[in-house]
Ligand binder design. Structure first.
Ligand code: GLV
Ligand code: MG
Length: 342
């Protein structure tokens, strides 16, 4: 088993790889902005960290939600913003257009050439299999070499087709550039022909009803809403953990419903995700809170680490058994807290 400390850092496979030497940086909130929207773009310099309200990542979105007529303006806007802004500790990501779109070649060529030294991660939508990552990987290698870039740009795939879900392990392992995976619930729902009309979140019709009570036949039976995304997120977390890349929730479109948003984000955090997308400034604070371990969890994890001494055997703490395995869970928590505090 991999030491817990390595979970937050992509693992090198085989020979040491410069991509995997990049130290892990927090990415709890990936805040999307449309660089063709001047009002939105003008706020970007003020959103750069450090600061507890800042997102860990600012992402210039070029794909869906940007009108076809604005694709070029969005690309040019992102170049302008990146060149004019000192991002400090905040990462700069972009979401390029889909690989079968007329815009993607210009997206990659322009962005790597003009702002490749500032771009940390390129998010690739609608990834279907390893071949999509290989294509982007090769193109990036050529463009980076031409631009004389020394730091490789990492790649993040959005899981938003049924084929992508079926090929999830090979996608995660397709390149040492792979940084992570996000759930794309809107496109994935459409591709699967799910009967929903939402961007992420639950559905009031997706229920399990309590069995009838023979003693009380007329009693109203309880119903419990189930999580539509549980299977996909769990599958994504396993594939990411296996390959040492990071899993993320994705978009939650009901901006007004902060409670449901927080619930979805927390489920994803508990299942192993390290962050999520933010589509509105309100969601940054929710993501920063949810994807940071609580003070109580950190305190408890540190007590277990201290009590476990050399890390083997079993101890009783507050009436509960702790052993080598619970210690490993606590180390995940402690190391995440240290990474966020660094
Ligand atoms: C995101 O891109 C989604 O389709 O949900
Ligand atoms: Mg999508």
């Amino acid at each position: 088993m991999r030491p817990a400390k390595d979970f937050f850092r992509p693992l090198a496979v085989g020979a040491p790889d410069p991509v995997h030497e990049v130290p892990a940086r927090p990415s709890r909130a990936i805040h999307f902005f449309d660089p063709s929207n001047e009002k939105m773009a003008s706020k970007i310099p003020d959103m750069v960290g450090p600061g507890s309200g800042a997102p860990d990542v600012l992402l210039g979105n070029l794909e869906d939600a940007v009108k076809a007529d604005n694709k070029e303006a969005a690309r040019a806007g992102l170049v302008r913003i990146a060149q004019a802004t000192d991002f400090g500790p905040t990462q700069l990501w972009t979401r390029i257009n889909a690989l079968d779109s007329p815009w993607v070649l210009d997206d990659l060529t322009t962005l790597v050439t003009e702002i490749g030294d500032k771009l940390d991660v390129i998010m690739v939508p609608k990834v279907q299999g390893a071949e999509d990552i290989h294509y982007v990987d090769r193109l990036l290698a050529q463009l980076e070499a031409k631009a004389g870039l020394e730091r490789p740009i990492l790649v993040h795939a959005i899981l938003e087709t049924a084929r992508g879900v079926a090929n999830i392990e090979e996608i995660c392992g397709a390149s040492p550039r792979m940084q992570g995976l996000s759930l794309g619930p809107a496109d994935l729902a459409a591709d699967r022909r799910m009967k929903t009309t939402r961007v992420g979140g639950g559905h009031p019709g997706y229920l399990v009803r309590q069995d009838p009570d023979p003693q009380q036949p007329d009693k109203q039976r309880q119903t419990y809403q189930q999580d539509l995304w549980h299977y996909t997120i769990a599958r994504m977390v396993d594939a990411c953990a296996m390959h040492g890349v990071y899993p993320y929730y994705g978009p939650f479109g009901d901006i007004a419903d902060e409670t449901a948003c927080e619930d979805q984000f927390r489920n994803a955090f508990l299942l192993g995700c390290v962050g999520t997308w933010s589509l509105h400034p309100k969601q940054i604070a929710i993501a920063n809170r949810v994807f940071s371990p609580s003070v109580e969890d950190i305190r408890h994890a540190r007590r277990v680490v201290a009590a476990m001494g050399d890390g083997t055997g079993a101890v009783m703490l507050d009436g509960k058994m702790e052993d080598d395995a619970s210690l490993k869970q606590c180390l995940v928590m402690v190391e995440l807290a240290e990474q966020l505090a660094a």
